[in-house]
Design a protein around this ligand. Structure first.
Ligand SMILES: *[C@@H]1O[C@H](CO)[C@@H](O)[C@H](O)[C@H]1NC(C)=O
Ligand SMILES: *[C@@H]1O[C@H](CO)[C@@H](O)[C@H](O)[C@H]1NC(C)=O
Ligand SMILES: *[C@@H]1O[C@H](CO)[C@@H](O)[C@H](O)[C@H]1NC(C)=O
Ligand SMILES: *[C@@H]1O[C@H](CO)[C@@H](O)[C@H](O)[C@H]1NC(C)=O
Ligand SMILES: *[C@@H]1O[C@H](CO)[C@@H](O)[C@H](O)[C@H]1NC(C)=O
Ligand SMILES: *[C@@H]1O[C@H](CO)[C@@H](O)[C@H](O)[C@H]1NC(C)=O
Ligand SMILES: *[C@@H]1O[C@H](CO)[C@@H](O)[C@H](O)[C@H]1NC(C)=O
Ligand SMILES: *[C@@H]1O[C@H](CO)[C@@H](O)[C@H](O)[C@H]1NC(C)=O
Ligand SMILES: *[C@@H]1O[C@H](CO)[C@@H](O)[C@H](O)[C@H]1NC(C)=O
Length: 372
């Protein structure tokens, strides 16, 4: 009796002690906060093979994970809301556990050496707003599950080694304002659904072998301010259709930057270019195969600061209406087949700082007004 009773009280004491110790350990190391986030961060650390600047030395048990370098937590719930490890020279890959940081709003891994796939689990981050993996070595495709990040506003995957096409599921990302996918190996053109994302302000897909043409639907992007498309292997569409998007873009009344160089567009420089936004500051259409005249309608683009049409096959005179573009600062019209005289009106461009007209067939005297 005595023996058995003392054995059970020892047992009781033992278990209480275990429970006590366990709970104090948890309290000590994680302040009783969310263990899922803690485990996810530890997994991230585990997958990092190089940390040249010691960015993750603070990621140890003597600190609460909310105080680790690059980690920010919500004040109330103490869940991870931001992970910012930019330019730390980190090498490694991302664990599936990243998808467990369910309060994450801001993921910023810009300029490191992360490699491997972007995990599909990212799609579980439904609060994610800002997603920047620019300048890493991520490969494989853009995970279609990203479409579940329905609050995503900024997506920057530029300067990686991504392949495949932009997943059609991205059309669900109705809050996107900024998409940068430049300098990858993406193919499959610009999918028409992007036109349906009417919140889009900046769209940058430069330096991809994208192929395809610019879809008409883009004209629905009423908020579009910057559009960058330098298709390294050239457009593969028929000549007649290629320029239709210029008509389409007239609806983008806030357009400030249009960069469509190196796209292998060949056709007459469309007159409707003068219908583009009068807020256009940069018109960059270099090294294509544009021919025909420089339309006089270009003088409607009164907001232009940069007119870069270098390296095409544009013929005819420089229209004297160019003098209306009072905001011009940089004009590159070199390596075309322009002829006739430089118009006097160019002297009206009092803000002009750079004028390249070399390699044309211009003749006559240089107007003295240029001295203005
Ligand atoms: C834990 O992080 C703190 C804060 O950065 C640091 O001072 C300490 O040396 C780290 N401990 C270990 C064992 O790395
Ligand atoms: C976190 O994510 C991984 C992989 O997606 C999963 O296996 C695990 O059960 C998740 N939950 C916790 C609490 O770590
Ligand atoms: C990805 O999304 C699909 C549905 O489109 C879902 O069935 C799958 O579980 C998701 N995968 C992950 C890893 O979240
Ligand atoms: C991505 O890179 C990793 C590591 O460099 C490599 O093992 C893997 O095969 C690559 N995957 C693809 C789809 O290219
Ligand atoms: C794209 O693919 C080509 C050929 O496979 C390769 O040489 C090049 O390095 C890749 N570029 C990027 C940015 O991944
Ligand atoms: C764009 O949205 C409209 C309706 O809002 C839909 O009918 C159409 O199929 C969508 N287009 C694309 C290419 O997703
Ligand atoms: C441009 O806007 C007009 C008027 O809102 C509309 O009728 C037209 O369909 C739009 N064009 C494109 C290509 O979206
Ligand atoms: C667009 O430009 C063309 C050619 O310059 C012109 O005929 C047409 O009226 C313009 N359309 C609009 C809507 O401004
Ligand atoms: C523009 O230049 C021409 C020729 O140099 C000149 O006659 C004219 O007055 C100028 N117009 C304006 C608005 O400065």
């Amino acid at each position: 009796m005595v023996c058995s009773s003392s054995s059970s009280s020892v047992n009781f004491l033992f278990y209480s002690l275990v429970i006590f110790l366990t709970s104090t350990t948890i309290l000590a190391s994680y302040g009783g906060r969310n263990e899922t986030d803690h485990q996810a961060l530890l997994k991230i650390k585990l997958m990092i093979s190089q940390d040249p600047y010691g960015a993750l030395t603070s990621w140890n048990n003597s600190l609460h994970f909310c105080d680790w370098t690059g980690v920010t937590c919500g004040k109330r719930h103490r869940r991870v809301t931001s992970l910012d490890l930019m330019s730390q020279g980190l090498e490694g890959s991302l664990p599936l556990h990243l998808g467990n940081l369910s309060f994450l709003r801001w993921l910023y891994l810009f300029n490191n050496n992360f490699q491997g796939a972007i995990p599909h689990e990212l799609g579980r981050l439904s609060r994610l707003r800002f997603h920047n993996l620019e300048l890493n070595k991520f490969n494989g495709t853009i995970p279609h599950n990203i479409s579940s990040c329905s609050n995503l506003e900024v997506l920057d995957l530029s300067y990686n080694e991504l392949v495949g096409s932009m997943p059609k599921e991205m059309s669900f990302l109705s809050k996107l304002t900024f998409v940068s996918l430049g300098n990858n190996n993406l193919t499959g053109g610009i999918p028409p659904f992007f036109g349906n994302i009417t919140s889009m302000k900046v769209f940058d897909v430069v330096e991809n072998p994208l192929g395809g043409s610019i879809p008409d639907t883009l004209g629905r992007c009423k908020s579009l301010t910057e559009f960058y498309y330098r298709n390294i292997f050239g457009s593969d569409e028929g000549e007649a259709d290629e320029m239709k998007f210029i008509d389409t873009l007239k609806n983008c009344t806030r357009l400030e930057v249009l960069d469509i160089s190196y796209c292998n567009f060949h056709g007459v420089l469309p007159k409707s270019i003068g219908n583009l936004s009068n807020q256009l500051h940069y018109l960059i259409w270099e090294e294509d195969q544009l021919h025909g005249n420089l339309p006089t309608s270009i003088s409607n683009l009164v907001g232009l600061n940069f007119l870069l049409l270098h390296g095409n096959q544009i013929t005819g005179n420089i229209p004297s209406t160019i003098g209306n573009l009072q905001n011009l600062q940089v004009v590159y019209l070199g390596e075309n087949q322009l002829s006739g005289q430089i118009p006097d009106t160019m002297g009206n461009l009092s803000l002009l700082i750079t004028l390249y007209l070399y390699s044309n067939m211009l003749e006559g005297v240089i107007p003295s007004s240029l001295g203005n």
